[in-house]
Write a protein that binds this ligand. Structure first.
Ligand code: ADP
Ligand code: MG
Length: 310
């Protein structure tokens, strides 16, 4: 590594590690972390490629935030508590203003959740941002995709469709209330508090990154079950309601991505353990496939979302 690259990391990506599980951070060949006894290490990676996952004109602080948020969202969906991330950056050129803004967006969210940046790699090439996040979860308590059983009730956190609407607004759709949807799209909030609260209660859980139909579809496939949803119960923000009234596109909250809310299933006997007002949107059934009741009619929904190699 050249002196210039070293300087770049020191300036933008080397801030003090604070979490007690991190024993050695940026600056050596590896970072060193502890996994406390009785816990499992949860590890996830997500990459964002310019022109595929984001427009190059997006504020770099939003990219730093979102890159971290989408990874923390994966940890949230497993019921894991994050403590460290590594960052692999591929940059077409060294643009100090870009790096300062990107690292500020990343650092702000990292500090909010007490997550340390403990290492990474910096290379030259087409703009590609990769982050790996690590968390811990008590042994046996991780919220997996394969535990849903017929009769379990299906819930979501927050509202759906805001991320998908934010993308449409970024592409030119005129909304009466653009701020919330744009915020959801650019700066999603990982649902970590809810992921932790659902340990021992949810039978399966996933974060909604590619749209409810597709992501719930992963739970159904892994658990060998089907589901029936009630469209009227799906929680929508005012701007998404207005969008559906204006366009008739009622599938947006089911097929649109970028919401980063959690979708989870709960056995009937554990309903009373839910302490937050999550929204119940349907039920797991033995019959495979995903069905939705809307305006008194049942229809089958194809699990479609963004597929990279289709
Ligand atoms: P090596 O060549 O031994 O893999 P590097 O010279 O690539 O190490 O990196 C030097 C140190 O800087 C390492 O501790 C590495 O983890 C860290 N690092 C490199 N790039 C980044 C980055 N983008 N963000 C955070 N840490 C980084
Ligand atoms: Mg290296």
């Amino acid at each position: 590594m050249s002196a210039a690259e070293f300087d770049l990391i020191a300036r933008f990506f080397d801030w003090p590690a604070k979490h007690k599980l991190n024993r050695l951070s940026v600056g050596d060949d590896c970072a060193l972390c502890c996994v406390p006894a009785g816990h499992e290490l949860a590890v996830t990676t997500d990459t964002m490629v310019a022109g595929v996952h984001f427009f190059e004109t997006v504020k770099p602080a939003f990219l730093g935030h979102k890159l971290l948020a989408v990874n923390l969202s994966d940890l949230a969906s497993m019921g894991a508590e994050p403590f460290a991330v590594t960052l692999a950056l591929t940059l077409p050129r060294v643009d100090e203003d870009w790096l300062a803004d990107f690292s500020a967006g990343l650092r702000q969210l990292a500090e909010r959740y007490s997550v340390d940046l403990i290492g990474g790699d910096t290379t030259s090439g087409p703009l590609t941002l990769t982050l790996q996040a690590m968390g811990i979860v008590p042994e046996g308590l991780a919220l997996r995709r394969d535990g849903a059983q017929p009769g379990d009730l299906i819930y979501v956190t927050g509202t759906l469709g805001g991320g998908g609407l934010g993308l449409k607004i970024a592409q030119g759709y005129q909304s009466i209330l653009p701020e919330m949807a744009l915020q959801r799209f650019h700066c999603p909030e990982p649902q970590l508090k809810h992921g932790l609260a659902l340990r021992g209660i949810a039978s399966a859980c996933i974060d909604i990154s590619d749209g409810l139909a597709q992501d719930l579809g992963h739970i159904l496939a892994k658990s060998n079950v089907g589901a029936c949803l009630d469209w009227e119960q799906i929680p929508l923000s005012a701007s998404v309601r207005d969008y559906i009234e204006q366009t008739g596109d009622w599938q947006l909250p089911i097929s649109g991505g970028d919401d980063y809310q959690l979708c989870f299933t709960v056995p009937p006997e554990k309903q009373h353990q839910l302490t937050t007002d999550y929204t119940r949107i349907g039920v797991i059934e033995a019959q495979p496939g995903l069905r939705i009741n809307r305006q008194g009619k049942a229809q089958t929904i194809q699990a479609k979302g963004y597929e990279h190699f289709s």
